[in-house]
Design a binder for this molecule. Structure first.
Ligand code: GRF
Length: 197
């Protein structure tokens, strides 16, 4: 089978991207990362991509805080298309995805979220979990739709919430699980045809 062509979008340090790139380098995932794009010019994820010789692009998001301006998002779509991307992988991308991107990659975009969805969608899910006093949290990989962390769930991994956990210690434990779950999902997706749209 041909390698699945991935485009990764992220706004932060890029530890999930690193886990995915390492799994590809080990031969665990039949894929290649064609491009990494960030809405944050100095995001760690862009530096990690460049270190690996992967094309890394900053796209200025424009004037909004929670989403890209439509023309900017259209530009991002063009970069993904020109790179031949088949599946868009959101890895800590902190903006809502709007129609230019959603319409260009229907059922071709996945995200990882740091809770057991549908529990605790939105920001700082680990803080929400500690505040709610749940015994178990985790992470979820899901398809992206127009809602907030609401798309069809692909896989979840549970993580215990321990006595004395702070939001930070819980997030660190969830990230360890993310770094296993995201590569595992991509390994599965790279072994079969993408779902029909
Ligand atoms: C992860 O916790 C992910 O679940 C959330 O944003 C964080 C990104 O972390 N969507 P990183 O940039 O991959 O380290």
């Amino acid at each position: 089978m041909a390698k699945l062509k991935l485009g990764v979008l992220g706004s932060g340090k890029g530890s999930n991207f690193r886990a995915i790139a390492d799994a590809i380098a080990r031969g665990d995932i039949n894929a290649e990362v064609c491009i990494v794009i960030s809405d944050v010019e100095d995001a760690g994820i862009l530096a990690l991509a460049r270190e690996r010789g992967i094309r890394a692009e900053f796209v200025h998001p424009g004037k909004f805080r929670t989403k890209m301006e439509p023309e900017r998002e259209q530009h991002l779509v063009q970069l993904l298309r020109d790179a031949g991307v088949e599946l868009v992988v959101l890895a800590g991308y902190m903006r809502m995805v709007k129609s230019p991107l959603l319409d260009a990659f229907p059922r071709r975009m996945i995200n990882i979220h740091p809770s057991l969805l549908p529990e605790f969608p939105g920001l700082e899910a680990w803080t929400q979990a500690v505040a709610a006093g749940v015994a178990t949290s985790g992470c979820t990989v899901h398809y992206v739709d127009s809602g907030m962390d609401s798309g069809e769930i692909i896989a979840r991994a549970e993580v215990p919430v321990l006595a004395g956990d702070t939001p930070e210690t819980l997030h660190a434990r969830i990230q360890v699980a993310e770094h296993k779950l995201y590569p595992a999902v991509l390994r599965t997706l790279s072994q079969r045809d993408l779902p029909k749209v």
